[in-house]
Design a protein around this ligand. Structure first.
Ligand SMILES: NC(=O)c1ccc[n+]([C@@H]2O[C@H](COP(=O)([O-])OP(=O)(O)OC[C@H]3O[C@@H](n4cnc5c(N)ncnc54)[C@H](O)[C@@H]3O)[C@@H](O)[C@H]2O)c1
Length: 402
């Protein structure tokens, strides 16, 4: 029987546009999907560039206006891969038009906006997912399995960083990621939200946080992003940086574990230092995105004398997703995290379910970002539940049923 076509409309053709385009093409190549994704229309504002990108990335049509996707009854899914200030309006309009939504992180600029997006997808009964792709690295999925099986026992510590260095040059321009009205937040909402999501995925919900944030370079020349975190200066004029360059915070989890988190774009030599270490009653797990196929594990019940961290290359057929690609140790890369999340989303579309992480996670992650921001301002501990309640959000409505 012919599989049902799912027509995709994608907004954004730059870094994430490229990652998602590749994923829609590759997912049915590596996995037996129950639906057939069709790269129908890609949208970007520059007519020449979008035409070129559509041809290069394999899209049938292109447009300079995302409204065209909303108006087109043949489009089933809207994929939002444009800057953060565009997410809310597009997602709500897509939901009103009965289209499923796959949205980049952070869900939007604020918790209140994220709530409106969740309300819209719920009201119009469309499927939704938020692109926390790092959950979908086979090694991270395997870490989750080990923790869920109780191999680490009670969890004591979750320790994570996401460190970059692409803003160390004080003349690096004031691109959209440095403007609060477009990005919502700086390193915290851009990088921190990924490790917040990983922490929730791996060990559970946050209870309270206390943090600090800073902006090291307060003024920069005006400019634009080009591709893959590259940029160009477009003016001699300077503008004010309105987001954080770095943030650090402590957290307490509902299960009693302690969390320590640090994010920065000023950590020389760290290009994508997305790392975590988890310490539990019976052992520890470490992961480093720059070496993303490997998981380091340590078990306290290993024989004395043999104890030590061992490195598992998570590319065996028993590791989640990995068996669909290549033989063991024929390693995977960054783009496969997107192929795996898009495969999961398309499975959800086939079943009529919104897989995790979905907009509920987007809202919860944003609540934690706002709790850290507030604690940094007030120099105090902030309860995540208080932040949710002030925004009329019931925590119970965000927790996934087991
Ligand atoms: N999941 C991840 O690991 C990850 C990594 C990078 C970026 N992101 C997220 O993806 C989104 C896009 O980031 P990026 O790095 O690709 O940004 P980018 O600046 O490289 O590209 C943005 C794209 O959006 C287009 N665009 C901007 N405004 C638009 C509008 N009004 N209508 C149509 N198109 C518009 C631009 O033309 C460009 O193609 C952001 O929300 C970002 O936080 C996620």
């Amino acid at each position: 029987m012919k599989k049902k076509d799912i027509n995709i409309g994608l907004i954004g053709y730059s870094m994430m546009g490229k990652a998602h385009s590749n994923a829609y093409r590759a997912a049915p190549f590596y996995f037996d999907l129950d639906v057939n994704p069709v790269l129908n229309t890609i949208v970007g504002r520059d007519p020449e560039k979008i035409k070129k990108s559509a041809a290069k990335m394999g899209w049938k049509n292109h447009s300079t206006d995302w409204q065209d996707l909303i108006d087109d009854p043949s489009i089933d899914v809207i994929d939002i891969s444009s800057p953060n200030n565009t997410h809310k309006e597009i997602a709500i309009r897509a939901a009103e038009a009965g289209k499923h939504v796959f949205c980049e992180k952070p869900l939007s600029l604020t918790l209140q906006e994220s709530k409106e997006m969740l309300d819209a997808v719920n009201k119009h009964n469309v499927l939704h997912m938020v692109c926390h792709n790092y959950r979908f690295a086979p090694a991270v999925q395997y870490a989750k399995k080990l923790i869920a099986e109780g191999r680490l026992g009670k969890i004591y510590h979750f320790r994570a960083t996401f460190l970059q260095d692409w803003l160390m040059n004080p003349e690096a321009p004031l691109t959209w990621r440095l403007q609060k009205d477009i990005s919502g937040s700086g390193t915290l909402g851009d990088l921190g939200i990924h490790i917040i999501d990983l922490a929730r995925f791996l060990i559970g919900e946050f209870s309270e946080v206390t943090g600090m944030m800073d902006t090291f370079i307060k003024q920069r020349p005006l400019g634009t992003m080009t591709d893959t975190l590259q940029y160009e200066t477009t003016s001699n004029e300077y503008g004010e940086v309105t987001v954080d360059d770095a943030a650090a915070f402590l957290a307490r989890f509902e299960n009693g574990a302690m969390g320590t988190f640090e994010v920065s774009r000023f950590s020389a030599g760290n290009r994508a230092g997305n790392r975590f270490e988890i310490n539990g009653e019976f052992g520890s797990i470490r992961w480093d995105m720059e070496n993303m196929n490997n998981l380091e594990v340590y078990f306290t019940n290993d024989e004395e004398g043999l104890q030590g961290f061992r490195t598992i290359n998570c590319t065996e057929h028993v590791h989640p997703f990995a068996g669909n690609y290549w033989p063991a140790a024929h390693i995977l890369g960054y783009e496969h995290t997107f192929v795996n999340i898009i495969k999961t989303f398309l499975d959800g579309v086939a079943k009529g379910e919104s897989p995790e992480p979905n907009f509920k996670d987007g809202v919860m992650n944003q609540a934690i970002v706002e709790a850290v921001e507030r604690s940094s301002e007030t120099k105090s501990w902030v309860s995540v539940n208080d932040v949710l309640q002030e925004n009329n959000i019931e925590k119970q409505d965000l927790i996934h049923q087991l």
